[in-house]
Design a protein around this ligand. Structure first.
Ligand code: SF4
Length: 130
């Protein structure tokens, strides 16, 4: 009898051990995870398999001579299917200083409950000295 091939393999990133996980589906379509050293690996694998999410970091345009691109990030992990659209929205966004670190720039993106926030503060440009 040949050994069943995993349907997916991944590294658990829930702790620094980085277990190599293998995912299998039985005849009832139930998911089995091997390679995990603790239960968190199963939770990670199931979430990554059924509804992968990522924290998104990028930049958006700022009306600033000092920092023309402001670093921004999502408050929590965003479902992967919304990432391209969020990056597009962030690319089209122009923020006007002053901006505070943590300030919400896009609220509840696509109804996901995830906000896009400023990763740093940005002051208004100073008027040039005369
Ligand atoms: S399965 Fe457990 S021990 Fe292994 S990387 Fe994930 S959290 Fe760490």
């Amino acid at each position: 009898m040949s050994k069943q091939e995993p349907i997916q393999e991944m590294i658990c990133i829930s702790c620094p051990l980085g277990c190599r996980l293998s995912l299998y589906k039985d005849e009832k379509e139930e998911l089995t995870v091997t390679g995990n050293k603790c239960k968190r690996g199963v939770v990670y694998a199931e979430e990554e398999f059924y509804s992968p999410k990522r924290v998104v970091t990028c930049t958006c345009r700022a009306e600033s001579m000092v920092l023309p691109r402001l670093p921004v990030r999502t408050t929590t992990a965003l479902p992967k299917e919304h990432i391209d659209e969020l990056l597009k929205a962030a690319y089209e966004l122009t923020v006007k200083p002053p901006v505070s670190c943590g300030q919400v720039l896009i609220e509840d993106f696509n109804g996901t409950g995830v906000n896009l926030i400023a990763s740093m503060s940005l002051a208004r440009d100073r008027a040039p000295a005369r």
